[in-house]
Design a protein around this ligand. Sequence first.
Ligand code: GUN
Ligand code: ZN
Length: 445
Amino acid sequence: MSAQFETIDTPSLCAIRASFLDFKQVVGQASDIVSQFRFIQDGLLVIQQGRILWFGEWQQGQHLYPDLAVTHYPDQWIVPGFIDTHIHYPQTEMIAAYGEQLLSWLEKYTFPVEMQFADKQYASEISRFFIQQLFSNGTTTALVFGSAHPQSVDALFEVAEEVNMRLIAGKVMMDRHAPAELCDTVESSYTDSKRLIEKWHGKGRLLYAITPRFAPTSTPEQLQAAQRLREEFPDVYVQTHLSENQAEIEWVKQLFPERKNYLDVYHHYGLTGERSVFAHGIHLCEDEWQCLSETQSSIAFCPTSNLFIGSGLFKLTEAWKHQVSVGMGTDVGGGTSFNILQTLNEAYKVMQLQGYSLSACEALYLATLGAAHALKLDDKLGNFAIGKEADFVVLDLEATPLQRLRQQHSGTVDEKLFALIMLGDDRNIYCTYVNGVLVHQRDTR
Ligand code: GUN
Ligand code: ZN
């Protein structure tokens, strides 16, 4: 397993010249996404101490900082770093496990693998591998599940801190319906989460998420403990799963008969709201959509996982109708790729099956500024606005002979972007920059 990051010395004041694509502002309505799209054919991005100092046309910017060394990517496109709003790092090694749906998949593959994360040394090794995978796929920020072991989250944060990435993570809270080795208690889940929050939340670029796995694996008392944490630390995140699979939904009904629907379990314990991110939300009723909307909760749309585990088709247009913020999630290891281009490719197909053709522009928004908004980090991430954190990806549009042929026959930016999403994968990630520093360069691997 490779142990080192190829962080390449990057001066604290530097500039990049290339074509740039982003969105100027967060939109209220999905129909406004196109109007906020910005393509600068020959642009300049100036970075100082990890922040964007200047951004615009090369013609206008080239004389502003005379002694600046400019790195030129003449044939590449630069987009804001991809944001993965739902992923499990302990599941990295069991990605692509055959033939089960959610509940048996958890029993058969997930729980056994997560047990290994009691071992801090192992957790550190996988953390390093995991973050390397994110970077080589162009993902610069992620909202991540650890295992139930607090040391698994210490291990992940330690690596993220080393590379100064913006990462949100949390220890799974789970006190029932799982193997004893993976279960915590009401008390230990509270004190371990609290210790992790106090140690990591707001340290550098790191943030903490209270992480009850999903309603079936927490007792009401543990959900109360999660609520207490939320009340004591109101600016931390909450991440969990919601309405992914029909058998899961039936189970929640039996376990919480007094609640009017699945989301109401979380809402009852104060776990909805800004900075609450619910993965999946495939089978929601109108009441649940309204609750998500009123509480400004967000959804992580995880198409590769939803297809792979056979969970169903996420109704993105319902989310838009209810003005619920959505970001893309890979959901590795339920999802089958770390790569956000591949994830968008599957999102397109999920929407085609529902009679809606997702545009390339909408897709890119969901993976960048839209996802930043879903994480309430759009004041820091998601586009090239001055003052934002300099996380971005240099894309090679022609990484294979087929892509080259296809791109030679693509006319507009829109067409090129769409072909990139449909044909793209980690081969298209030419370079990844985090906090203004080059952390991945494809051709040196
Ligand atoms: N629901 C509860 N735990 C999990 C998990 O690890 N992955 C997915 N996809 N769904 C879950
Ligand atoms: Zn998940």
